[in-house]
Design a protein around this ligand. Structure first.
Ligand code: ZN
Length: 236
């Protein structure tokens, strides 16, 4: 096997392992080590590169999925890193005679409790804190963009959905997945603008996307980023 690298059609540069042997076709496989290309012994480099590039989307998606699966699970212990608005913050767990409110300080969140080894309790406390912050943070953004769209600020609820970041009901209330608080602010803004636009258009028509664009011009890039980051937000 030889290590090689290639730039895919979407501009992503990846490395792969090339395994040349007596075979007639080129086969691509994604393993724990990344992309492995099995190719005939005497294939021309240019031809091989062309074949790999043709599969750019497939490779890119498979590698992203592999990355997502490789996320280390949270253990809810002292020193873990949490994500907040796109930045890493450290979770500190302190033993204390009393249960105290979680303390947030720039780049850390401290949980003081008589039971620092009770990981379920730590998890519950951290998630409670995230939900509380999510309501405040999303609420502010919602009011801002609702004003921009010239509509009254709709009621905001949090969701725990497995597959969606936001939704807008026919009654006009907006649900936002609290896990999105981990994402960079521009992605939260995008999801909010998307749901607000549904107040005017309950579909994904051209008209709908024009409203989204009036609130959030670079929505295509945001959609892409969100797909990329998506699964990592389910770490907690
Ligand atoms: Zn939608």
């Amino acid at each position: 096997m030889v290590k090689k690298s290639i730039t895919l059609n979407n501009g992503e540069r990846i490395t792969y392992q090339l395994d040349c042997r007596a075979r007639r076709t080129v086969g691509l496989k994604i393993t724990e080590d990344g992309l492995i290309v099995h190719a005939p012994k005497f294939i021309l480099e240019a031809q091989l590169k062309k074949l790999i590039k043709e599969k750019s989307n497939w490779i890119s998606n498979k590698l992203a999925a592999r990355e997502a699966n490789a996320i280390t699970p949270m253990t809810w212990q002292d020193g873990e890193t949490l994500q907040l608005l796109g930045s890493g913050i450290t979770l500190y767990v302190e033993e204390n005679a009393r249960n105290k409110q979680p303390q947030f300080n720039h780049d850390s969140l401290t949980i003081a409790t008589p039971a620092p080894d009770n990981h379920e309790l730590i998890q519950r406390k951290v998630i409670q804190w995230y939900k509380k912050q999510a309501l405040l943070d999303f609420g502010r953004r919602l009011a801002l963009f609702a004003a921009k769209l010239n509509v009254p600020t709709p009621p905001l609820k949090l969701s725990n959905a497995r597959t969606r970041w936001g939704s807008c009901s026919s009654r006009g209330d907006i649900r936002m997945n609290w896990r999105l608080l981990q994402a960079p602010p521009h992605l939260i803004n995008y999801v909010i603008c998307h749901e607000l636009a549904h107040l005017k258009e309950m579909n994904h028509s051209t008209k709908f996307w024009a409203i989204v664009a009036s609130l959030y011009p670079d929505y295509k890039a945001a959609e892409k980023d969100l797909k990329h980051i998506g699964t990592t937000l389910y770490r907690i």
